[in-house]
Design a protein around this ligand. Structure first.
Ligand code: PMP
Length: 309
C-alpha cells in the first residue's frame, strides 16, 4: 500500500487489552493507543477534520494563516496537517506545557507564540484564546479553528475514533472513560456509544487540581492536555454518568506502570484515563468491557516529571 501523503495513514490505531494492570473479578480494560497515530497523538484526527471542513465550507484558501490556542497536541496536529496542505500555521500555547511540544510545532514548520502561565491554567488558556481572536480580527487571512468551540473536533471522534473502537471490540461496551481537554473525545465517542449501548457507563475524568466539573478550583497540574480550567462549549455535559478525580501522582505512577508492565509508552493523561478505567472496571465486575484511550506518546514528556525517577 502506498499513501499519497501521511494524512492518509491517519487513525486505525491499535486497541490493546491490559494484562498485568488488569485485576481478577474486574472488567477487561481495552486501551486505544493513540501514541502510534500519525503525529503521535489523537489530536491529528481533529486537526484534519477541522481543516478539511473549513476547506469544504470555503473558509480557508491558499493564503490562509491557521492560528490556534492550544495546550499542546492540537498545535502539533495542526502544524503537521498545515505542513502537508501547505498552509502557514501559528500556534499559541501556555509556557507550562512541555518543551517538546513547542519544539515539535516548530519542527513541523509552524510559528509558536508562548503565553505565560502564572499558576492558573484556565486563565492562561483564556488569554491564548483571546489573543487568537484578536489576530483574526486584525488580519482577514487568519483562520482560527477554535477546537474548544468547533463541532468538527467532536465529529472526528464520533465518526472515526468511535467507529474504529466499535469495529475492533465487535461486542458490547459497558464502560468508557476519558479526561477532558476540549471535551471532543468524551462527547464524540460517548454519543456514538450511548446510541448503540444506552446502558454504557461513561465517566468524565479530571485532574484533582483542576476539577472544575466537580466544582473544584483551578490550579496548575501535571496532566497535560486535560483539565484546562474551563468548561468547553463542545463538551456534552449530559454524556457522562459520573466524574472521577485523579491526582498527579496517581496519573504519573499509572503512566509509568503502563510502560513498565504493558510496554505502552503514553503521556500522563493516558495514566489518568487508566486510573479511572481500573476503578470503573472494578465497579462493573468481570465479564464486562471497559474502553479508554492513551491520547499521546510518552516521548513528548522527556523533560517532565514523568521521566524523573
Ligand atoms: N490528553 C492529551 C495528552 C491531550 O492533548 C488531549 C487534548 N487536549 C486530551 C487528552 C483530551 O482530549 P479532548 O480535547 O478531546 O478532550
Amino acid at each position: 500500500m502506498i499513501y499519497d501523503n501521511v494524512l492518509q495513514a491517519m487513525g486505525h490505531t491499535p486497541l490493546v487489552r491490559l494484562n498485568r494492570l488488569s485485576e481478577a473479578h474486574a472488567a477487561q480494560i481495552l486501551v486505544k493507543f493513540e501514541g502510534v497515530n500519525v503525529g503521535g497523538s489523537i489530536k491529528t484526527r481533529t486537526a484534519l477534520q477541522m481543516i478539511e471542513s473549513a476547506e469544504r465550507r470555503g473558509e480557508i484558501g491558499p493564503d490562509s494563516i491557521i492560528v490556534e490556542p492550544t495546550s499542546g497536541n492540537q498545535g502539533i496536529g495542526l502544524a503537521l496537517v498545515c505542513a502537508v496542505r501547505g498552509y502557514r500555521a501559528r500556534i499559541i500555547m501556555p509556557d507550562s506545557v512541555s518543551e517538546e511540544r513547542r519544539k515539535l510545532v516548530r519542527h513541523y514548520g509552524a510559528e509558536v507564540i508562548v503565553v505565560h502561565d502564572a499558576g492558573d491554567i484556565g486563565e492562561c488558556i483564556s488569554k491564548c484564546i483571546a489573543l487568537a481572536k484578536r489576530m483574526a480580527s486584525e488580519d482577514p487571512r487568519v483562520y482560527v479553528p477554535q477546537q474548544f468551540e468547533n463541532r468538527d473536533n467532536l465529529l472526528a471522534h464520533r465518526y472515526h475514533t468511535a467507529l474504529e473502537i466499535l469495529e475492533d471490540v465487535k461486542g458490547p461496551i459497558h464502560g468508557f472513560c476519558s479526561g477532558i481537554g476540549t471535551g471532543g473525545t468524551i462527547s464524540g465517542i460517548g454519543q456514538a456509544l450511548k446510541r448503540l449501548f444506552p446502558d454504557v457507563c461513561i465517566w468524565a475524568v479530571e485532574p484533582e487540581s483542576a476539577a472544575i466539573l466537580s466544582g473544584g478550583s483551578v490550579g496548575t497540574h501535571l496532566q497535560m492536555g486535560i483539565g484546562d480550567g474551563l468548561i468547553p462549549d463542545i463538551l456534552d455535559q449530559g454524556i457522562y454518568d459520573d466524574i472521577c478525580v485523579v491526582s498527579d501522582e496517581e496519573a504519573i505512577n499509572e503512566a509509568r506502570a503502563l510502560a513498565r508492565e504493558e510496554g505502552l509508552l503514553c503521556g500522563v493523561s493516558g495514566g489518568t484515563n487508566v486510573v479511572a478505567a481500573r476503578q470503573l472496571a472494578r465497579q462493573l465486575g468481570s465479564g464486562k468491557t471497559v474502553v479508554t484511550l492513551l491520547p499521546d506518546t510518552g516521548e513528548r514528556y522527556f523533560s517532565t516529571e514523568l521521566f524523573e525517577d
